[in-house]
Design a protein around this ligand. Sequence first.
Ligand code: ZN
Length: 111
Amino acid sequence: MVGLFFVVKNQLLLHSCELSQAEKYGDFLNYPESHMEIWDKFYQKKYKVDFDYFPRGRIIYNLKEETYYIYYDKCLEESIKNLNIIPKDKKVKLLHDFHYKCHKCNKNYVI
Ligand SMILES: [Zn+2]
């Protein structure tokens, strides 16, 4: 599967779909919705902060390499392996993405 996730107070909020439902961008399969769309739809009312407040990340799939790429906020470094989102019998690359910064990692964050 591919998807995106937020980590709110050590709780994983994962939204994902099968590879057959994913969107193709070049060699990659990507989850069709954005962090902002998902957050506004499901969590904005509950948490009353913007989508980029909590740590987040994305799981995409490279067709040529047959490898999952997991991009995530650097503050998830310790917890990423315990989040249970890494496919066990597949090839995986774990990568930081400077786009994914929560309010703690982004020094310019304005609440
Ligand atoms: Zn962070």
